[in-house]
Write a protein of this length. Sequence first.
Length: 420
Amino acid sequence: MKAISVRKKIIFISLAAAALLGLYAFSLGRPDASKAGQETAEGQAEAPRDPAAGQRRAGGGGGRQATTVITQPLELLPYLTVLNAMGVSSSAQSVEVVASAAGEVVALDIAANTRVEAGDVLLQQDARTQSLNLEIAQAQLDQATETVARYERLRANGSSTVTDVTLSDARIAQRLAEANVGLAEIALEDRTVRAPIAGKLGQSDVEIGDTLSANSAIVTIDNDAALQVTFELPERAISMLSDVSTVAASTPSFIGRVFDAEILSYDSRLDSVTRSVTVKAQIDNSSGELWPGMTFSVRIEKESEPTAAIASTAVTWSRDGASVWIDAQGKAQQVPITIVSRRDETVWIDADIEEGQPIVTEGAHKLREGAALQAQSAFQPRGERPEQPPRSDDTASRELAPETNKQGDTPTPTAGEDRS
């Protein structure tokens, strides 16, 4: 009997606790009936404000709303191909002056970094021996010339003592004497070293009293009226070299200045190791402010023919490659493209698209093939766009994301709307 009474007490306590919990949950979760009724009435009053929802209900809820996108017409614009390279300058004409013969230096005029003209005397060697040799050769020539003249006079007077052989030998001796005079003059001239070209002298270690051997280096002369810059360009520059005649060159020695350089020549083949082509360009340096050996940064540019250009935001990617969406009479159409060039926010493409065709630049990620579009131009000011029916914030957001709830009911107005 005691066990039965204990079980009854436990069951009673459990039922009482369950009843208390149910009352507590009911009191917390129960909505305010008056407030719910007010919201229902206001929702019915606000429903006619959404004309799109009314149209959907009138149409039976079977069609999808057009997707709002931003479009921009396809333009044809040229693009600029730019290549940069580093090069070293050299004189357009440069020589190393050497001694033509051995001898002692007796006079010198080769001050470094001074300008000379072609033919100016730079160095004089001891030429006493060569001067004497020239005098001997000249005396022998005079004697041979006098002999020939005497034989010719005798022949003219009918003398039989001068035979043809005698006269011929005299004339040969005269010619040999003339040749010896010429050799003596050359030997004497070789002792005087002259500037072969006009230009600026370099440094020299030769001093008066030094004995030079034949072909000994004396000094360098650089004709820096023009400088040649040698640089290398990659293989893809080959198509540009035939169309470009000038390049822009700059040097750290003159920051902020750009020098025009005319392309003189380039190799007929690529380097087998670097896969590059060597190019030479010439810079006018009549002012003399640029020096041979300077490092130059070279920039070569080429402008293309007008090519299809779009905003970079219009490009979409998939496993099939790059593509864009176009507005084909209000329907979305995807077109594959090949990117030719890119700069900043503009992309040049190769695609089967006509000039002026509207290209979707914003909202392309929401599109499917054949989807209805509601396009707005990227260049049209908002104040000039066609007026739209009044709508609430929820209506505007519904146009950007056209999905509705399953029942197709008009959403409840937000707390920030004017319900008057």
